[in-house]
Design a protein around this ligand. Structure first.
Ligand code: OGA
Ligand code: MN
Length: 302
């Protein structure tokens, strides 16, 4: 007799990078069964970032798959030159407007339909300037350029584990203020004043080392470098330590880079991975739809 198996077929999980990232094959996310989802969740905990190629997802399909991971978080505050998320000119299902964030350089009547333009987006954690940042983001490639616009991810468990013992102990006792005023490509968000003084940063304060609520492992928790501030330290020491931690965490050996194909769906764990994006030529149109999953308040690792 053959060994008992879970209902459905086993998915194929292939690591994509040394540090993080895996490809999942053999699944149609629009028709996902519970047994496959259990395998996806396990692979996600192990690999932090998962890629699914050749998926056909409407906005509602993207939301439905996303909800497997938890309640959806509403779209973040837009930059001032980006269309409002309720703008009827957006090609987006009205039911999806509150939850599907558009990331795009495409303009209609001179207004961008989504955030981040064609610029480089610097290393960041999504919406970490909120008290409860999302646990995950899911990004679906609808139109992708033939070159440029790659997205890199880095493993913040490894970033913490590879610090020397003295630094690990030091950072465990500290917090950081995460700037809410600008997005990862530097655009000022609506309703925020410009500020260049880290001690006056407006945004959530989080432990520098958090415990992952599922894996219970420690991860370094950085949001975005600009205007970040460690309020327990004088400004020059805060700057020095943050420069060191950012350089350490974003080393090539802790990262993996996604080169997009149309209809790739990528999910990242926003608690233990940061990401960045390369710029691309503005003659190409890049249209990505993103959902974000409501997280829990970051808890200090002790
Ligand atoms: C995001 C983001 C990167 C990209 O959606 O949060 O940072 O590749 N996007 O567009
Ligand atoms: Mn992001």
């Amino acid at each position: 007799m053959s060994a008992p198996t879970l209902a459905g077929t086993a998915l194929k999980v292939t690591p994509l990078g040394e540090a993080l990232g895996a490809e999942i094959e053999g699944v149609n996310l629009a028709l996902l069964d519970d047994a496959s989802f259990v395998q996806i969740e396990r692979a996600w905990a192990d690999h932090l970032v998962l890629r699914f190629r050749r998926q056909q997802l409407s906005d509602l399909g993207l939301m439905q798959f996303s909800r497997r991971f938890g309640a959806l978080d509403p779209v973040p505050i837009r930059a001032s030159d980006v269309m409002d998320h309720t703008d009827p000119r957006l090609a987006i299902d009205p039911e999806a407007r509150e939850y599907v964030t558009i990331i795009s350089n495409v303009k209609v009547d001179g207004m961008a339909i989504g955030g981040l333009g064609n610029y480089e987006a610097h290393w960041h954690t999504d919406m970490s300037y909120n008290d409860t940042p999302p646990s995950a983001s899911l990004l679906y490639g609808i139109e992708v350029p033939p070159e440029g616009g790659d997205t890199s991810f880095c493993n913040m468990y490894l970033a913490y584990d590879t610090l020397d013992k003295t630094s690990r102990e030091r950072v465990r006792s500290l917090t950081c203020v995460h700037d809410a005023s600008r997005n990862s490509s530097g655009e000022l968000r609506r309703g925020f004043a410009d500020n260049d003084e880290p001690t006056r940063t407006i945004g959530a304060r989080h432990p520098l080392v958090r415990v992952h609520p599922v894996t219970e492992r420690a991860c370094l928790f950085l949001g975005r470098r600009r205007n970040a501030y460690i309020p327990e330290l004088p400004l020059d020491e805060s700057e020095h330590l943050l420069d060191y931690l950012w350089a350490h965490a974003t080393q090539q050996r802790f990262s993996w880079t996604q080169q997009w194909q149309q209809h790739d769906l990528v999910i990242w764990d926003n608690r233990c991975a940061m990401h960045r994006r390369d710029s691309f030529d503005d003659r190409y149109e890049r249209v990505m739809h993103r959902t974000q999953i409501r997280g829990t308040t970051p808890i200090r690792y002790v």
